[in-house]
Design a protein around this ligand. Sequence first.
Ligand SMILES: Nc1nc2c(ncn2[C@@H]2O[C@H](COP(=O)(O)OP(=O)(O)OP(=O)(O)O)[C@@H](O)[C@H]2O)c(=O)[nH]1
Ligand SMILES: [Mg+2]
Length: 432
Amino acid sequence: MTKQSTTPQWRPVLLAALKENQQQNLDYELEELANLAKANNLEPKETFIQSLERPNPATYFGKGKVEELRMAVNSYEADLIVTNDELSPSQIRNLEEATRATVVDRTGLILDIFAKRAQTKVAKLQVQLARLEYQLPRLRTSMSVSLDQQTGAGGGGFTSRGAGETKLEQSRRRLTSEMVAIKKELLALQKDKSTQGKKRQSSDIKTVALVGYTNAGKSTLMNQFLARFGQGAETPARKQVFEKDMLFATLNTTIRQLTLSDKSRFLLSDTVGFVSKLPHHLVAAFESTLQEAADADLLLQVVDVSDEHAEAMMKTTEETLARLGIKDKAMITVYNKADKADMAFPLIDGEAAITISARDRASQDELIALIKKALFADRKEVTLAIPFADSAVVAKLLDDHELLKQDFDEHGTILTLALSAEEINRYEEYIQ
Ligand SMILES: Nc1nc2c(ncn2[C@@H]2O[C@H](COP(=O)(O)OP(=O)(O)OP(=O)(O)O)[C@@H](O)[C@H]2O)c(=O)[nH]1
Ligand SMILES: [Mg+2]
């Protein structure tokens, strides 16, 4: 068999959305949908919007719109319709029948992108689990196969609707047992990880998590910080995370320790980006990946301020965090890509907002200063008198802190350092 060509083949596609009562942000959602389609090598030809109070129970869209779609399918020779919302399995079947095209929804597109990008074993398993959960109720529609496998109406997926009940039951059982197996494997893999997590918690180091809309510049910022403050900074390339101008470049979580020039340290995590209506199954499957954000002492919400939809993207991020049960957490909003937006940078706005350009050194310095203020707000300058017999304590303190002053007397070492409330408690016996 000859190998398939790797050059992307653009496949024509129609986008379709319902505008329900008072729905705002539809423009933004449709632009997002077009981007999600393009990330799957689909070429949006035309967008169809219908205003309806509620979806038509049978075909989702009303009769007239379905007919328009059918005609457009013919004239563009498109065999795919992408819908902005999740349709019920029967709506998909009916719409496919009426238009003679394959119907895919936003969730299907996102799942396929995630499947393409997944690199690590855990990410691959998580995506596969989400996909199976999504497919299970849709076995009788063409959504039960990925876009790569689909050959369009009259071809692969679309015709499988005719499959008999026995075959359907078999598929159902196969999917269910595969899901059970994946869950088991994930559990085993995550067990390893959570023991690592415990180790971290016990070594009282603060954690900071980068969160935000996909493509905002989270990984870029992580790489900039790693190059300057990462361990083994002399070989930064090996430790860099993947950054790229595309949707969902990052799927796995990376956690690295940063050590600043004053010896203060914190852990920084970079993780999967958000998009509106992030599929429920994906959020569930990626819950452990996103756990880093839930456990963090501080969130950095990165926003692409050069995007005209920046505000909607921030709302999306906030909604996704709420869905993850992450609320009332200290957060700094980082308005990134100011260079692209022709805005002044770095520009600090209070203690919780800053406008920057990720690769600009002055921006990084200001952001670090804000992070330090947030993380180490309870630090106080204290003087400790440590007997020579406890030299290990001196070594430990000097390892972790910038030395403000050092003296000696006949009993021991006298250090002046900035300590956290917890440390002041721990070293109480030495404090003068
Ligand atoms: N002009 C400009 N481009 C930037 C800046 N920061 C990041 N980028 C670019 O934006 C694109 C996305 O950057 P990433 O760091 O991969 O974005 P991300 O937030 O990690 O994205 P996901 O992993 O998909 O969630 C890349 O092409 C970066 O080079 C910036 O300050 N200015
Ligand atoms: Mg990234």
